[in-house]
Design a protein around this ligand. Structure first.
Ligand SMILES: Nc1ncnc2c1ncn2[C@@H]1O[C@H](COP(=O)(O)OP(=O)(O)OP(=O)(O)O)[C@@H](O)[C@H]1O
Length: 357
């Protein structure tokens, strides 16, 4: 299996070259797609319903065959490879997780290592390790899929897709069926995993916020299977290629851009401590507790350098002083920044993104 995909560092992992897909009923799902995806990183495919995202994804592992054009994975034309072997060598996660209902969670995940020729004991050990990797407690392995929440099932789906240690992972709306809180946790988990594993991930979603959060690149499709733009999230938000892309990104495009920028470069000064109307109250370890005035106390949510400009703006609006409390990794106060500082930096970041894009 590992012979199927062996690109060197810095190589292109997935290449679409003039790919068309027309289904027998005449529906043109993908139109003249040429797209190169380098090794590592997350590429998110977005666009309105029926624009060809799933078809594009499924052509990578030959679950759908293109009408014309070439797709290469790890430099090799997928048409020249055994379809079953190719599919086993590429992780695939779908919305309903697609678990076998009559097998335990552990056996679901162990299926792939078994197929790859590992012994039962070794396959189960690998499965147990993977369940831990995706944040599931060991006892979950003994349960059956219907005894799990939707979010847990998705984690099992991800564990199973990782079981063969594939360099490529295809994810089709994997978090589409869970509530927003669990969805956000699963997104965090995927980012954490990706930092560790650096797979080449192709991820389909309807949700532009999910795309901005997860994507190193975002490919926007429009109906008829046309790729309109493929850029980094910052570039896409700062310079959408046309009105269709701008409309798809929505009216809050500027705010989304701020969600990608961190607070690190915003200047900070000393906290107001006595004398003024409001005082920032700290504990003995100099961790901010609350704002205090003669009229009472207002909670404070301190921010770190890694927090976004959007969180900073949000917090400055909620703060009675317009100031945000800045802390280091240990939670100790480093200073405060004003709403004006954040504002002017946000404006600057926006124009820099425009120039850079
Ligand atoms: N097996 C099929 N037979 C015929 N037409 C199909 C088939 N699969 C998809 N299509 C059509 O091809 C087009 C693209 O479908 P696809 O599922 O790739 O879109 P999508 O962007 O993933 O949509 P969604 O976001 O709704 O999942 C649609 O018009 C769809 O109806």
């Amino acid at each position: 299996m590992h012979e199927v995909i062996q690109p060197g560092k810095g190589h292109l992992m997935i290449q679409f070259d003039a790919v068309h897909k027309r289904f027998p009923n005449g529906a043109e799902a993908v139109h003249d797609l040429s797209l190169d995806l380098p090794e590592g990183g997350v590429t998110v495919l977005v666009g309105s319903s029926g624009c060809g995202k799933t078809t594009t994804l499924r052509m990578i592992n030959r679950m759908v065959e293109p009408t014309s054009g070439t797709i290469r994975v790890g430099g090799k034309d997928v048409q020249q490879q055994d379809a079953a072997e190719l599919r086993r060598s590429i992780g695939y996660v779908i919305q309903q997780a697609g678990l076998f209902p009559h097998r335990t969670v552990l056996d679901n995940v162990a299926t792939v290592p078994l197929l790859l020729g590992h012994g039962r004991k070794q396959a189960r050990a690998r499965a147990a390790g993977l369940l831990e990797t995706v944040g599931l407690a060991a006892d979950v392995g003994k349960r059956y899929p219907h005894q799990l929440s939707g979010g847990q099932q998705q984690r099992v789906g991800v564990a199973r897709a990782l079981a063969a240690d594939p360099p490529v992972l295809l994810m089709d709306e994997p978090f589409g069926a869970v509530d927003p809180v669990v969805r956000s946790q699963l997104q965090d988990e995927l980012l954490r995993l990706q930092e560790e594993l650096n797979k080449t991930i192709v991820f389909v979603t309807h949700d532009i916020d999910e795309a901005v959060r997860l994507g190193d690149r975002i490919a926007v499709f429009r109906t008829g299977g046309h790729l309109v733009q493929c850029s980094s999230p910052t570039e896409l938000l700062a310079r959408p290629a046309d009105d269709f892309v701008a409309g798809f990104l929505g009216a809050e495009r500027g705010l989304k851009l701020l969600s990608l920028r961190t607070l690190a470069a915003v200047p900070q000064g000393p906290a107001p401590g006595g004398g003024g109307t409001w005082t920032l109250v700290l504990d003995e370890a100099r961790k901010p507790l609350h704002w205090a005035s003669e009229d009472g106390e207002v909670p404070v949510r301190p921010l770190k350098d890694t927090d976004s400009l959007l969180s900073a703006l949000n917090e400055s609006v909620a703060s009675p002083t317009g100031l945000i409390a800045r802390v280091d990794a240990a939670g100790t106060l480093t200073g405060v920044s004003s709403r004006d500082d954040i504002h002017s930096h946000a404006g600057q970041a926006h124009s820099e993104a425009r120039v850079a894009a």
